[in-house]
Design a protein around this ligand. Structure first.
Ligand code: ADP
Ligand code: MG
Length: 551
């Protein structure tokens, strides 16, 4: 038997564990790792900042259903990628970060880019370890992948020192590892299944909330069958959108605040009662709201609101159990109830409230007017990325999702700058689908240089920048001599020109009458395209009953 170097053994181990994409930036000591990955049949995408590479790896993980890798150099490279590690962990998305490290024999000596990387990564990970023996590389990769993928998914970190990467090991000394399969689908206690159905039956104003945990668990068929069978009104969380189509008649998304505030019983599936759902507390929820909670993580049960019924298990498996148990019952939630009427009226009132803005053709345009054309233009199967303040919040209500795992956004951590990394990942893992990112001008700027990555790899991402010249609101063109207010960015900055200069397609729109044709031109272009849309600097959302982050 021959010898094998650490980089090659790492690449083979990753491939064995289903890691088939790697996003990163090479340099000391990891150049050989990226090359070995390519040799092993892993798609390597070289990006422009480790942050974006770490965002891309986690989106690829969520979309493919298994962790994908991010590769960075030592020290500052790993530190840049911690942003993505934290984001993945918060989103409960799997990813594997592989950080190059200074050689083991220089530990503590002040080596080039030497850093305490395992300690830095550990708080943001389910699993973090240094590889100290070449022969154990398959062992560590199996550990990292299994932790990232099983149970509640999350991030894993492996420290990969220079001497381990470059040195060789006798093939017969390698400890092989088992291949990590699909996550085991644990079932809920059958008594809890019956208790959950009885609780739902007893509710007057029930509400189902579908979160992105159900997307990860690929529970769409079971959730659809459950909602159709029970006729329960439901809402989706921002990335739970699409598990059931937004235009399903039982969706009460358009009456979100009322549905949350007035429900007497919430069935929370694969979602957390964190800030996105106002902690499940008054004034956004009833003080005595009853909770049926489905989650794969036991520690999550009862977080912020005690659960009357806990359905601990895998989303797909447990909703399947509920569907089987429903066969023994006659009950479904009736077609005409005061609760349904209230939700219907409120949804209509909300739609009526934004209609004038949707129809307002003033120049510069408002967000709702821009979204009117964007929504009409979006292909049914597009993977849509939304990011920015108003751009994301309004876009969530104005862009419908019809398929599961087709919406990616700032997520649980509220991270700005994830959009272009997510878009790269979506295009790499789903080459047959349109990928559309709609970002504010501020959000775009965090990782704007990834447009070069898109050009280089010929990724036909369609970007729309809704440009109000600021973080949140802008002020329009600044008067001569005026101090630049902190949230202000250049009004009318020609971001599309950057992409055009790099070889993509750039279009600039001021008049709403020109928006649709520009979007069509972008879609028709064989490569990345960016439509830069001037938005009125003070355009905003419809008046909200509760201020942002009101608890
Ligand atoms: P959202 O932002 O959509 O509300 P969160 O990220 O807050 O979603 O919550 C997702 C929840 O889904 C987490 O509590 C996580 O433990 C849970 N989860 C993850 N995987 C599964 C699974 N396979 N089955 C059920 N729940 C899951
Ligand atoms: Mg802006």
């Amino acid at each position: 038997m021959g010898k094998i170097d650490g980089a090659t053994l790492m690449a083979r181990s990753l491939k064995q564990q289903g890691v088939d994409t790697m996003f990163g930036i090479v340099g000391f000591p990891v150049i050989g790792v990226a090359a070995a990955a390519q040799q092993a049949g892993i798609t390597y995408i070289g990006m422009r900042n480790e942050q974006s590479a770490s965002y891309a790896a986690q989106a690829a993980g969520y979309l493919t259903g298994r962790p994908q890798a991010c590769l960075t150099v030592s020290g500052p490279g790993v530190i840049h990628a911690l942003a993505g590690l934290a984001n993945a962990q918060q989103n409960c998305w799997p990813m594997l970060l592989i950080g190059g490290a200074s050689p083991v024999y220089q530990n503590g000596m002040g080596g080039f880019q030497e850093e305490r990387q395992v300690q830095l990564a550990a708080p943001y990970c389910k699993y973090a370890h240094a590889i100290e023996h070449r022969a154990r590389i398959p062992y560590y990769v199996e550990q990292a992948v299994r932790h990232a993928k099983f149970g509640r998914p999350g991030a894993a970190y492996l420290d990969f020192p220079d001497d381990i990467i470059r040195g060789e090991v006798d093939e017969e000394k390698i400890r092989p590892a088992a291949t990590v399969g699909e996550p085991p689908r644990s079932l809920a206690d059958p008594d809890a299944v019956e208790a959950a159905l009885s609780a739902l039956e007893s509710a007057e104003r029930p509400l189902v909330i579908v979160g992105k945990g159900m997307g990860w668990s690929r529970a769409e068929d079971e959730v659809r069958a459950f909602i159709e069978r029970t006729q329960l009104p439901f809402l989706a969380s921002p990335m739970g959108k699409g598990v059931l189509p937004d235009d399903n008649p039982l969706s009460v998304g358009a009456a979100r605040s009322t549905a949350l505030r007035e429900a007497d019983l919430v069935f929370l599936m694969g979602a957390r009662l964190n800030w996105i759902l106002h902690f499940g507390l008054p004034p956004r929820f009833k003080p005595d709201v009853r909770l049926v909670q489905l989650d794969v993580s036991a520690e999550e049960i009862g977080a912020n609101v005690p659960a009357e019924v806990a359905l601990l298990g895998d989303g797909k498996a447990v909703v399947g159990q509920l569907n089987s148990a429903l066969a023994q019952r006659q009950w479904f939630y009736p077609a005409e109830t005061p609760w349904r009427s209230l939700l219907r009226e409120k949804a209509q009132a909300n739609l009526d409230a934004v209609q004038p803005m949707i129809e307002d053709d003033s120049n510069p345009m408002n967000y709702y007017r821009a979204y009117r054309d964007i929504e009409a233009w979006l292909p049914e199967d597009a993977i849509v990325i939304g990011e920015g303040a108003n751009t994301m919040d309004i876009g969530r209500t104005q862009m419908a999702n019809r398929q599961p795992r087709h919406r990616l956004d700032a997520g649980t951590y509220g991270t700005m700058g994830v959009g272009l990394g997510f878009a790269v990942a979506a295009a790499v893992t789903n080459p047959d689908k349109p990928v559309v990112s709609v970002q504010g001008d501020s959000a775009f700027g965090f990782s704007g240089m990834e447009i070069e990555t898109m050009v280089r790899y010929k990724l036909p991402v369609k970007m729309v920048v809704l440009n109000n010249g600021g973080i949140g609101g802008g002020v329009g063109p600044l008067k001569e001599g005026r101090k630049v207010p902190p949230p202000i960015l250049t009004y009318g900055a020609r971001y599309e020109g950057m992409l055009a200069a790099l070889g993509g397609k750039g279009l600039y729109v001021e008049d709403p009458a020109d928006l649709r044709s520009a979007l069509d031109e972008a879609m028709a272009f064989d490569g990345p395209a960016l439509v830069n849309v001037l938005i009125h600097p003070q355009a905003g959302r419809k008046p909200q009953q509760f201020g942002w982050l009101t608890t």
